[in-house]
Design a protein around this ligand. Structure first.
Ligand code: AMP
Ligand code: MG
Length: 489
């Protein structure tokens, strides 16, 4: 391979920030890198040559064994509230930012290796990632992207040829993650906890420049930054709620100021609609349960606002008042985003005051009838209850609701085909259901067979388009058992 085919137009703006923002170090090489999966479409989007990435030199780069020209690898410093407890220093303990590239659309994107070896932030961890969690993040993040939900992306998964030790020996892997940036609420908290206002200002300016350039010309750019981050988080979490996604670890260090879903660990999609659904084995109190997610996002944004206080105004009372006033925009923003999404899911083109209650009544019927969230929404049909009814173990609630729904639909006559197409574009058919995710990971880990993973990825890449032969992928698990995910470490 010619050396210049593996060239990236790196422009590492984060590495130009002061040294206390990160630790400069290269990834730790692995024994036997082997490419498991490359995202050719994403590579093209990034202006990278997929063939060069899949070449031996490319795979060495994706494994951390070779540093590409122009890359300046760094591990980022950050802090964070984990399950409500503040930890003043976390940081990239097993990830390394290779650098930033400008994609074909002119957007700046981070290229990061996850599982690339120990860093000064590793604490007691080994800096590595296991194959299962790497493939899980690949699959779920790509599914989220296809669902139209802001998310980090997965460019590649590489086997390391090394074993790592968790409760048992596991095959190791490295994920190449692509993100709008890796700045988290916890990054701001890192400097706030140290009383480093100069760093806070530099970080805020970096984020404004990179993600919210319109804030620059506001009378108070930092207030505008706060408002913009709030708006993106509100939209993001509404997007999660509308597809039944449970992030699982909404710690402030896993809350991206760019508004992307980040750090896929013990995340999962809910099957049966149950607002208190928790998947994570470590979330004993249900802090990060499905229905709590908007509240937790608000809590995380309050922590973000606190870090901005010294930038908002000279006078601390004025700063606090401004922060609180801005934070108060979260709830209405979230409510609007959720309701707009619910209207799409119910096939409503117009707005009426009873719409939120109508949506809630369906959710109540689903909870009572132990109906599958995704399959039920997809089965809704203005013409017939034939597909929806079998989704409910108890149908009274649904039947009463359907009468009201049809009355509401009668207020806005539309061609049936148009409404059906709109509803199908809002209600996915294929999501990464837990039982399927587990099955494809088991095939990859136990049999070394990536076929089922590839097949599932292809299904999930078009989540709204029904295709013959894929019916089973749309079905909930039989028996709907209790499901637990384990922290992706
Ligand atoms: P996470 O739960 O993946 O968001 O990680 C929380 C913190 O623990 C971050 O600072 C990670 O870098 C760190 N961490 C997680 N797993 C490891 C590991 N295997 N080695 C070192 N640090 C880790
Ligand atoms: Mg994290």
């Amino acid at each position: 391979m010619a050396p210049d085919t593996l060239s990236f137009a790196f422009d590492n703006s984060y590495a130009r920030l002061p040294e206390r923002f990160y630790a400069r170090l290269d990834p730790t090489p692995v024994a036997a890198p082997r490419l498991l999966k490359l995202n050719a479409a994403l590579a093209a989007e990034l202006g990278l040559d997929a063939a060069a990435l899949a070449s031996p030199a490319g795979v060495e780069m994706l494994a951390g064994n070779r540093v590409a020209p122009g890359s300046l690898p760094i591990a980022l410093a950050y802090a964070g509230h984990q399950f409500g407890n503040f930890v003043p220093q976390l940081g990239d303990g097993r990830a390394i930012l290779l650098g930033e590239v400008i994609d074909r659309a002119g957007r700046r994107r981070d290229l990061q290796l996850k599982g690339s070896g120990p860093t000064p932030f590793s604490r007691r961890g080994d800096g590595r990632a296991a194959l299962g969690p790497v493939l899980r993040e690949y699959l779920v993040s790509e599914a989220m992207a296809a669902l139209g939900i802001p998310t980090t992306r997965s460019l590649a998964a590489v086997a390391t040829g090394e074993e790592i030790w968790r409760e048992a020996p596991l095959p190791g892997a490295v994920l190449t993650r692509v993100a709008a940036s890796h700045v988290r609420v916890g990054t701001f908290q890192f400097f706030a906890a140290r009383g480093d206002t100069e760093a806070l200002r530099l970080l805020a300016d970096h984020v404004i420049e990179r993600h919210y350039p319109e804030a620059r010309t506001d009378a108070n750019p930092y207030r505008a930054l706060f408002a913009a981050v709030i708006a993106r988080q509100a939209t993001l979490v509404a997007g999660w709620m509308l597809v039944g996604f449970v992030h699982g670890v909404m710690n402030t260090d896993n809350c991206s100021v760019a508004g992307e879903t980040i750090d896929y660990g013990p995340c999962a999609f809910m099957d049966v609609y149950k607002p208190d659904t928790v998947f994570s084995s470590i979330d004993q109190g249900g802090r990060y349960a499905y229905a709590n997610q908007p509240r937790i996002a608000h809590w995380n944004l309050a922590r973000f606002g606190e870090t901005l206080l010294p930038l908002l105004a000279e006078d601390s009372d004025a700063a606090l008042a401004m922060a609180n006033e801005t934070l108060a925009t979260f709830q209405p923003r979230y409510g609007q985003a959720l309701l707009a999404g619910m209207r799409r899911k119910l096939g409503l083109f117009t707005e009426e005051s009873g719409d939120a209650a109508l949506a809630q009544e369906l959710l109540n019927a689903m909870a009572e009838g132990r109906a599958d969230f995704t399959a039920t929404f997809r089965a809704l049909d203005p013409e017939s209850d034939a597909a929806a009814l079998p989704r409910f173990a108890a149908t009274d609630g649904y039947e009463a609701w359907a009468v009201k729904w049809r009355e509401r639909l009668a207020h806005e006559p539309r061609p049936a085909a148009e409404r059906r197409a709109a509803m199908h574009a809002a209600n996915p058919l294929y999501i990464p259901r837990n039982h399927r995710v587990e099955a494809v990971l088991a095939a990859a880990i136990e049999q070394g067979d990536l076929g089922p993973f590839e097949d599932f990825l292809a299904v999930l890449s078009k989540p709204f388009d029904a295709r013959p032969g894929l019916e089973a992928y749309a079905e909930p698990p039989e028996g709907q058992g209790v499901y637990r995910t384990f922290c992706g470490t």
